[in-house]
Design a protein around this ligand. Structure first.
Ligand code: DSN
Length: 415
């Protein structure tokens, strides 16, 4: 019982140390990732893992839940306060389950949903034919404006009038611009649809008012807690009071049973951290850093989808560089910069190859980096993509520069 992980399982401990070293010595450029605080991680690895607490605060199906009631209510209260929402459900294990619970609460199988497709920046659970969401519901998609690669609200209104969906989804995995949730509300009202905002990527920005909030406009808002919000791997749903019971019943007993109380503890910590002044400044710096990284890439001759960014991510169109997204991401990883390949709007390449990469700045900003470091990173990305193919010396040289930057902006120093 009292043995340390090192004593109990040397293999897992060793793998964990390797991963810690990887995180310390590489640049996290995947925009949906971040470094949770020591406090968040302490809550995740706590005694709260030992208890079943099916039900909701003060309405449990298990005995012995008095501290779990207090804990979950604290997390709920902090979430509603942070976002200014009427109601929060903090039991969702993942963003996909938050979306699933929302559909389950509001829709019947076969109802029409409308969103942006995965190929243009949406998410699998927004109606993709390979996800439950495209199989249990009749999915339709609005597009991006082909001239600007941005949301065009007149076009979305036209598409919605034609389809008359029951639910419209606003929220994306690879869209670098501001989302106008008020316009989405007008579109939903025009066709009598529910409006769901999936703010998984931008919830930290929203909490810090670095992106306009959907709270006054959306019926239901889903989010993960581990991306820009910088909490534990998990999710939450916010909604208007009139949907609170429906949402809660859809989560439990609808699609989940025992909540992960240790993760709910960590969510409570995360929501407290997000109310601190430093968090607001952090989110603003994420955006400034992303714009600086975009500028550095433009100066190196890269093409950015929509020409730049208003948020935490960039979508880089690599077609003028004669390299696929997969090849670019692999070269960058060899040089210590971990990014993900990504489809670009109208991508001629398959999802396994892609013509783009999707760098983001939440992780670099958590390390304390600012605009000058973004310029360096942009130059290193360019060097690796321009000169790194079949050139291990270049990759090694950039790897050394990356390592130096990581040492200058350390993480988890006491781990
Ligand atoms: N996996 C998330 C992302 O990287 O954007 C979406 O689920």
């Amino acid at each position: 019982m009292n043995r340390s992980l090192h004593q109990a399982d040397a293999q897992v401990y060793r793998i964990m140390q390797d991963e810690l070293e990887r995180q310390k010595t590489t640049l996290m450029l995947i925009p949906s990732e971040n470094y949770a605080s020591r406090a968040v991680m302490a809550a995740m690895g706590s005694v709260f893992t030992n208890k079943y607490a099916e039900g909701y605060p003060y309405k449990r199906f298990y005995n012995g839940c008095e501290f779990y009631d207090e804990l979950e209510q604290l997390a709920i209260d902090r979430a509603t306060e942070l976002f200014g929402a009427d109601h929060a459900n903090v039991q969702l294990h993942t963003g996909s389950q938050a979306n699933m619970a929302t559909y389950y609460a509001l829709l019947k199988p076969g109802d029409k949903i409308m969103a942006l497709s995965v190929a243009t920046g949406g998410h699998l659970t927004h109606g993709s034919p390979i996800s439950f969401s495209g199989q249990f519901y009749e999915s339709h998609f609005y597009g991006l404006d082909p001239d600007t690669d941005r949301l065009n609200y007149d076009m979305i209104m036209e598409a919605a009038k034609e389809v008359r969906p029951r639910l419209i989804i606003a929220g994306y995995s690879a869209y670098p611009r501001i989302i106008d949730f008020k316009r989405f509300r007008e579109i939903a009202d025009e066709v009598g649809a529910y409006l769901m905002a999936d703010i998984a990527h931008i919830s930290g920005l929203v909490a810090a008012e670095a992106h306009p909030t959907p709270v006054p406009y959306a019926d239901v808002i889903t989010s993960t807690t581990h991306k820009t919000l910088r909490g534990p791997r998990g999710a939450l749903i916010l909604c208007k009071q009139e949907y609170a019971d429906q949402i809660d019943r859809a989560v439990f007993p609808g699609i989940q049973a025992g909540p992960l109380m240790q993760i709910i503890a960590a969510k409570a910590v995360c929501f407290k951290e997000a109310q601190e002044f430093g968090f607001r400044e952090y989110q603003r710096q994420i955006v400034r850093n992303c714009q600086a990284l975009g500028q550095a890439l433009l100066e190196e001759g890269f093409t950015l989808v929509t020409g730049g960014t208003d948020n935490h991510l960039l979508l880089v169109d690599l077609r003028n560089k004669q390299i696929t997204g997969r090849e670019a991401a692999d070269l960058m990883e060899a040089a210590g910069m971990v990014v993900n390949k990504n489809l670009i709007p109208g991508d001629p390449a398959p999802a396994t190859e892609t013509s783009g990469i999707r760098p983001g700045t939440p992780g670099l900003t958590s390390r304390g980096m600012k605009e000058p470091e973004m310029k360096l990173v942009g130059q290193w990305i360019a060097r690796v993509i321009h000169e790194g193919r079949d050139n291990p010396e270049v990759l090694e040289e950039v790897r050394g520069q990356v390592q130096g930057l990581c040492e200058a902006f350390p993480i988890y120093e006491d781990l």
